[in-house]
Write a protein that binds this ligand. Structure first.
Ligand SMILES: Nc1ncnc2c1ncn2[C@@H]1O[C@H](COP(=O)(O)OP(=O)(O)O)[C@@H](O)[C@H]1O
Ligand SMILES: [Mg+2]
Length: 250
C-alpha cells in the first residue's frame, strides 16, 4: 500500500457498518497532494460511501479521517460546513442552474461566499470560463443553449471558483459519448496541471479504466470495503490482483 508524507487525505482503519452490513472494512488510504488519484471499483463496492466520509457527510463506525491536517472527528457542524469549502465537486450531471447563464452560474459561489465586487466577480468568471475553454461569446448563454460537453466545462469552472484544495469527480464521464468523454478527461488533466503550483488534489471515482490509466498519477481499486490495490497508474495494468485483472480486461 502506498503511503505519503503530508498527504491531502489520510484514512486509517475506517470501518462503516449499516446494521449488519459492513460497507467499509478497516480501510487505509493516503491521497497525496497535487496529484490525480482515481478510485476504481465495481458498483456497490463502497466508493460513494468513502467519498461521503471524506466530505464529513457520514460518520465512521470506527477509524479516522484526516483531510488537509484536520481530524474530521474534532469538527462540529459549523466547522464541517466551513471545511467543505476546501472541496470542489463535479458530478455526473453538471447540475447547473437552468435559469442562470453560464457566467451567472460561475458567479454564484463567488457572490455567496466572497466579498469581491461585482466587477471583480465578472472578471474572475470570464477568466474561469476561458480557462475551461468556453469562449466569450458563450458566457451569457443559458445551459439549455450549450452542448453536454460545454455544460460540463461550465460546471467545472463553477467548482473551481473558490479555488478548492481538493477537486472531487464522481463518475464525471458516465453517460457521455466517447468524444465528450475524451474531452472531459483531458479537461480534468489540464485543470490539475493548471492548479499544480497551489497543490490542488484531484480525486476521481470512475469505471473507465483506460482513461484512468491515461490521466491519473495513481489508481486505487476498492473492493468490498477495502483498497485492495493502489499503484502508480503506469504500473496498474501489471497488477497481480485477480479482480483488478478482471476489471482491467473487461
Ligand atoms: N445510507 C445507507 N444505508 C444502508 N446501506 C447503505 C447506505 N449507503 C450505502 N449503503 C450500502 O453500501 C454499499 C456500497 O454503496 P456505495 O458506497 O454507494 O457503492 P458504490 O458507490 O461503490 O457503487 C451498498 O451495498 C449500499 O447498499
Ligand atoms: Mg457510487
Amino acid at each position: 500500500m502506498l503511503n505519503f508524507e503530508d498527504p491531502a487525505i489520510r484514512i486509517e482503519n475506517l470501518t462503516k457498518t449499516f446494521g449488519e452490513h459492513t460497507v467499509l472494512n478497516r480501510l487505509n488510504f493516503d491521497i497525496p497532494k497535487g496529484k490525480i488519484v482515481t478510485i476504481l471499483g465495481f458498483s456497490g463496492a463502497g466508493k460513494s460511501t468513502l467519498l461521503k466520509h471524506i466530505l464529513g457527510l457520514m460518520q465512521p463506525s470506527s477509524g479516522s479521517i484526516s483531510v488537509l491536517g484536520n481530524d474530521l472527528s474534532t469538527l462540529d457542524n459549523v466547522e464541517l460546513r466551513e471545511f467543505r469549502r476546501n472541496f470542489g465537486m463535479l458530478f455526473q450531471y453538471a447540475a447547473l442552474f437552468d435559469s442562470l447563464t453560464a457566467l451567472e452560474n460561475v458567479a454564484f459561489p463567488l457572490k455567496e461566499f466572497t466579498k469581491l465586487s461585482k466587477g471583480e466577480i465578472e472578471a474572475k468568471c470570464h477568466s474561469l470560463l476561458e480557462s475551461v475553454g468556453i469562449k466569450e461569446i458563450a458566457h451569457n448563454k443559458l445551459p439549455s443553449e450549450l452542448s453536454g460537453g460545454m455544460r460540463k466545462r461550465v460546471g467545472l469552472a463553477r467548482a473551481l471558483a473558490l479555488e478548492p484544495q481538493i477537486m472531487l469527480y464522481d463518475e464525471p464521464t458516465t453517460g457521455l459519448d466517447p468524444i465528450t468523454t475524451h474531452m472531459v478527461n483531458d479537461l480534468i488533466a489540464s485543470t490539475s496541471q493548471k492548479n499544480k503550483d497551489r497543490q490542488m488534489t484531484s480525486i476521481i471515482i470512475s469505471h473507465d479504466v483506460r482513461a484512468s490509466l491515461r490521466i491519473s498519477d495513481f489508481v486505487a481499486f476498492l473492493d468490498r470495503g477495502n483498497i485492495v490495490e493502489y499503484l502508480p497508474a503506469s504500473e496498474f495494468a501489471e497488477s497481480t490482483n485477480e479482480l483488478v485483472q478482471e476489471f482491467v480486461n473487461l
